[in-house]
Write a protein that binds this ligand. Structure first.
Ligand SMILES: Nc1ncnc2c1ncn2[C@@H]1O[C@H](COP(=O)(O)OP(=O)(O)OP(=O)(O)O)[C@@H](O)[C@H]1O
Ligand SMILES: [Mg+2]
Length: 113
């Protein structure tokens, strides 16, 4: 069992969530975060010539815990739906998960997902 943690562009959230649902993945967590990647935010010049640096950008973090054999399919689905080809498209981390327990029934393991 793995947790797929994907940091994506906020404007791609609904298309990524729909693409995951089409593949049968419904349970997930969404958090609004700020962060930065390799470019350390963005620098730009305003209309009056003043320069600005925004070093933390708004992103959305999706967390989806999936069976081992579904992990690659979830990753591929997120990449296809989230990619624009420009810098800042995001990043995906895969983290091993020891167990999952459904509170209502006490079921655990893959059946609890
Ligand atoms: N090493 C990291 N650890 C944790 N979060 C990260 C890391 N790198 C990026 N992030 C998060 O992912 C977001 C998007 O990163 P981003 O897509 O800019 O990555 P990048 O490595 O700079 O790739 P690119 O060159 O395509 O922009 C960041 O704003 C930050 O929230
Ligand atoms: Mg970047």
């Amino acid at each position: 069992m793995n947790k797929v943690e994907a940091i994506i562009r906020p404007e791609r959230l609904s298309i990524v969530v729909s693409a995951l649902a089409e593949e049968g993945f419904h349970g997930l967590n969404v958090s609004h975060v700020t962060g930065r990647g390799e470019q350390r935010g963005i620098a730009y010049v305003g209309r009056a010539g003043q320069s600005y640096v925004v070093d933390m950008l708004p992103k959305v973090k999706l967390e989806i815990v999936v069976r081992d054999h579904d992990t690659q399919r979830v990753i591929d689905t997120i990449i296809t739906a989230a990619r624009t080809g420009e810098v800042g498209d995001g990043k995906i981390f895969v983290i091993p998960v020891a167990n999952a327990i459904r509170v209502r029934t006490g079921e655990n393991g893959d059946v609890a997902l």
